[in-house]
Design a protein around this ligand. Structure first.
Ligand code: AMP
Ligand code: MG
Length: 398
C-alpha cells in the first residue's frame, strides 16, 4: 500500500499534454492558456491623461504664466486640430491622449475655470512637475514584452488582458476525453424508482460537476452492474479515453470486481489502495492506449476526496499548470486521531486571521460530503490527537 504522497508522485509521473486547440476568446474563460503572450504595442499606447483637467506646458508655468487660454478640448479617442501657442492649454478628459506639445495635466479642481481660460494659484504645489497626471507611453509594458510566459488559467483578469491585446482567438490546452462509469446493483438514477434497499446515483452527478468546474465535459458515461462479464463488456468500450473514472466496486467485497476486470483488460496497475481515509481502496492504472484509469471507492465523500486530491491535480499537471502546494493553517477546534492513516477532513477556511472550521461529516458515506467546505485538511498518519490551534496542511478546492 502506498501513502498519499507516493500516490501523488506516481500519478504526476504519468502527466502528459493532450495537445492544444484554438478557441474564440468568448470560449476561453476557465480554460488553460497554452501559449506565451506578448504585448502587441506599448501600454499605455500613448501618454494618457489620468485625470479630467487641463494639459499644459511646464515651461510656461516656470516662466510665470498663471492664466492659460483654452485652445481646444481633447476627449478620449480624439486629437486636437492645432498646436499650443505660449500661454495656452487644452481642456482634457481622463483616458485622452495628451498631445505632444503638452507635458502635464492639472486637475480641474486645482484651477479656477473661466470662460475659455483658466487660472492657477501663485504658489505652485511641489508635485507640479512634468508628467503630472500622465501615465507615460509604455510605462506598464513595452511592445514585445512577455506578458504571460507559462500556462495559466484564464481568469476574468486574463480575459480582460487578452481582449486588451486584441486577441480574438487564443490557444488553450485541449481538454481530456473523460469516460465515467458508476457501478453497483443498488444504484438508481435520480429520476428512477428506488426500492427500500436501493440508493440514488450521486457520484455520477458530483463527478460531472467537479469536471465541469475544470471546464471538462464527460465524453461518455455508463452505469455497470456488479457482474464480471458485463463489467468487462462495459469497461472495454472506455479503454481509449484519456481518463477513465470508475466509482464503486474497488474494495474487498464479493461484488467488487473492478480491479480484476481492469487487469484482465490489460490496464496496468500503478497502485491499489492508499494509506489514507477516505479514499483508501482507490485503484489507479494505465490503459493499453496510455489513458489513465482511476477506480474510486463508491462512498460519496471518498469519491469526492479522491477526485479533488488526485484527479484534478493530475488534469492540471497535464495542462502544464504549476502544482498548488497546501497551505498551513490552524485548526479552530481539537480533532482526535481515529486511524493510523492520513485522514483528510472537510474544512472551511474562515475568520481573520484564518482558522479552520471542521464541517460536520459522519464518515465517508455521509451524503452531505462536507458541503459547506472550501478545502480539505490533512491529519497526518504520524500525528496523534490535534489540539485547537495546531497547524495542518490545507488543500483548497481549485
Ligand atoms: P462500493 O465502493 O461499491 O463498495 O460502494 C461503497 C458505498 O458507496 C456503498 O454504500 C454504495 O452503495 C455507495 N455507492 C456506490 N456507488 C455509488 C454511487 N454512484 N452513488 C452513490 N453512492 C454509491
Ligand atoms: Mg459497489
Amino acid at each position: 500500500m502506498v501513502n498519499f504522497q507516493e500516490a501523488s508522485e506516481i500519478v504526476f509521473a504519468q502527466a502528459r499534454s493532450w495537445g492544444t486547440e484554438e478557441v474564440l476568446l468568448d470560449g476561453a474563460f476557465g480554460r488553460v492558456l497554452a501559449e506565451t503572450v506578448l504585448a502587441d504595442r506599448d501600454y499605455p499606447p500613448f501618454p494618457r491623461a489620468t485625470m479630467d483637467g487641463y494639459a499644459l506646458r511646464y515651461a510656461d508655468l516656470e516662466r510665470g504664466v498663471r492664466r492659460f487660454r483654452v485652445a481646444d478640448i481633447v476627449f478620449a479617442g480624439s486629437r486636437p486640430a492645432g498646436q499650443l501657442s505660449g500661454g495656452e492649454c487644452y481642456k482634457i478628459m481622463t483616458g485622452a491622449a495628451v498631445p505632444g506639445d503638452a507635458d502635464m495635466v492639472v486637475r480641474r479642481e486645482d484651477v479656477g475655470e473661466g470662460e475659455a481660460e483658466i487660472e492657477v494659484g501663485g504658489l505652485l504645489p511641489d508635485s507640479w512637475r512634468p508628467f503630472l497626471n500622465i501615465a507615460r507611453q509604455g510605462e506598464d509594458l513595452r511592445a514585445g514584452d512577455l506578458v504571460i510566459d507559462k500556462p495559466c488559467r484564464v481568469s476574468p483578469a486574463v480575459m480582460g488582458l487578452l481582449a486588451t491585446l486584441g486577441r480574438s482567438t487564443v490557444k488553450v490546452a485541449r481538454a481530456p476525453r473523460v469516460g465515467l462509469v458508476t457501478t453497483g446493483n443498488e444504484v438508481v438514477e435520480p429520476g428512477g424508482v428506488v426500492s427500500l434497499v436501493q440508493i440514488r446515483n450521486s457520484n455520477r452527478w458530483m463527478l460531472m460537476a467537479a469536471l465541469r468546474e475544470q471546464r471538462v465535459e464527460v465524453s461518455m458515461s455508463a452505469h455497470a452492474v456488479d457482474d464480471p462479464e458485463q463489467l468487462t463488456r462495459d469497461l472495454q468500450r472506455f479503454l481509449d479515453m484519456d481518463i477513465l473514472i470508475i466509482t464503486g466496486g474497488v474494495s474487498a467485497g464479493d461484488a467488487d470486481h473492478v480491479p480484476a476486470v481492469l487487469e484482465q483488460l490489460g490496464v496496468r496497475r500503478l497502485f491499489h489502495k492508499i494509506a489514507m481515509r477516505p479514499g483508501k481502496p482507490t485503484w489507479c492504472g494505465v490503459s493499453p492506449r496510455g489513458g489513465m484509469v482511476f477506480a474510486l471507492p463508491g462512498n460519496p465523500f471518498s469519491c469526492f476526496v479522491s477526485f479533488a486530491l488526485l484527479i484534478a491535480p493530475f488534469i492540471h499537471a497535464c495542462w502544464g499548470l504549476e502544482r498548488t502546494l497546501p497551505m498551513a493553517l490552524p485548526l479552530g477546534a481539537a480533532r482526535p486521531k481515529r486511524t493510523p492513516l492520513d485522514e483528510f477532513f472537510p474544512v472551511r477556511v474562515e475568520g481573520s486571521p484564518a482558522m479552520l472550521t471542521q464541517m460536520p461529516l459522519n464518515g465517508s458515506g455521509d451524503i452531505r460530503m462536507g458541503m459547506q467546505a472550501n478545502a480539505l485538511a490533512l491529519h497526518p498518519a504520524t500525528a496523534g490527537d490535534l489540539e485547537r490551534g495546531a497547524l495542518v496542511a490545507v488543500y483548497s478546492f481549485v
